[in-house]
Every structure is written in C-alpha cells, then in structure tokens.
Write a protein that binds this ligand. Sequence first.
Ligand SMILES: O=C(O)c1ccccc1NCC(=O)[C@H](O)[C@H](O)COP(=O)(O)O
Length: 272
Amino acid sequence: MNILDKIIARKLEEITESKKLRPVSVLEKEPLFSRTTVSLASALKNASSPQIISEFKRKSPSKGIINGEVFPEIVTADYVKAGAAGLSVLTDHDFFGGSFDDFLKARHANPFVPMLRKDFIVDEYQLFEARSIGADVILLIAACLEPDKLNQLGKTARELGLEVLLEVHNADELEVSLGENIDMVGVNNRNLKTFETSVETSVVLSEQIPDSFVKISESGLKDAETILHLYKYGYKGFLIGETFMKTVNPGTALADLQNNLTQHSNLNPQFL
Ligand SMILES: O=C(O)c1ccccc1NCC(=O)[C@H](O)[C@H](O)COP(=O)(O)O
C-alpha cells in the first residue's frame, strides 16, 4: 500500500467516527462556522512579487519529526509578522502530527489572515469541519480523488464559502481535475512514491495551467533563487513548510528568506 492509500484508509475511519461524535448539525453551530472568510486567491493574484504561504508542520511521512517543540499561535503569528501571505496548518494527526487544536490556535492568533486547512479531503463532512474551525481554503489532492468526486467536493466547498486549492503532481492529474470549482492550482514538487522533490515538476506543468488559475508551487522549496526562478514561470504563491519548521525559529527563517528575495530582486530586477 502506498502512503496516500494508507493515509486515506485511516482518514475514512476517522471520518466515520467523527460523523457520529460531531454531526454536521453540531459543526454548523460552532461560532467560527459563520465567520466571513478571507481570500487567499485575491491576496496572491493582486501581488506584484512572490508570496509565501507558510506551513505549520510538526512531522511528515518523508522526514519523521521535523519540530516537536513548537506552538502554533507563536509560529504562525511570527510568520505573519515576517510577511506570510497565507498560512497552512496541518490538521492530520497520525501522519503529520497536526490537530484541530493547532488550527484553532493559529486562527485565533491571526483572525484576518487566509488559512488553508491542510489535510486529505475525501468526504463532504470534512468541508463542514474546515468551516467550523475557521478555514478559508481547502485542499483537494487529484491523486486521492476521482474527477467527479473532486468536482463535487469543490462545488460544496465553494457553496460553503471556502476557496479550493487543487493539488496536482503531473499533467494527467491536471487534465482530468481542472474545472470550474477550482480557485488555485498547486503543483506539488514531491514525488509521493520516492518522496524526492524536484522543482522541474513546477516548471514543466506551468505552461499547462490556464492563466485564469492562480498558480502555487508546493514542497521542497528552500531558497530565494528557486522561488524567483519559478516566479518567471507564473507562480505567484510558494507553499513552504519544512525549510522553516526545522529551524529553532520558523518566523525568523521566513524573515531571512524574504530579505533574500528582496536582495536578489534588487540585484536582478528582470526577476520581477
Ligand atoms: O511532506 C510529506 O512528507 C508528504 C508526504 C505524503 C503526502 C504529503 C506530504 N506533504 C504535504 C505537503 O503538501 C507539504 O507539507 C507542503 O507542500 C510543504 O512541503 P515542504 O515545504 O517540503 O515541507
């Protein structure tokens, strides 16, 4: 069984349990459920420089524990101070060490910043969960979903006021999954079989994503040079987790990257 199959098998068990414990009628009564959402797509679309979406990620299948001693409210507030355009917070517990508690702490510390619920969405119920914890954006991973299901989830997400980030790893996934219920397309540079990352994946797929979708490059991003290189291919957003989270102070790591981006852009104005 590959890693995605394992994650999804576990997710389906969790969803069955959660539906019994906290049905949709309960989720709808959560105070954050009716919160006005904030658009990540607009923040990226209107920017005239590369924008970083900073991820709060404790561990991962590829790296194991990344950082055990971190507080979501502190790390995410530091990210925002350092100029993050948006936040991504893992809510998957078993494989990424995340939780709703992490998400809620980040949300309360940053009420007006666009936040992505980073999880493996396979059921409408999880969209109601996302709304109830104050998410603005949800992720639909093409590798996990049949095109009809993906389209249906996108439609329901939109009806709930959530933006939809479609994640693809290759041209085939892109071709069958792109549709009217998608706001942003994220190209994941991580090969889920080998866990190796290659930014060439973002380069190769860039031309195949219509300009009407905001483009985001995800995973394995480490430095300003790579980000500015991908910016030339039309990527507006850059989702970064491990590079920041493996440091003692993830917010400072983002601030350093932002400084490097500014310096490189000044040295090479053709980048911007
Ligand atoms: O990160 C993993 O090991 C992983 C394994 C299997 C499925 C998904 C995985 N990551 C999810 C992500 O999309 C990343 O957390 C995100 O793009 C940030 O990547 P990075 O900057 O490399 O932490």
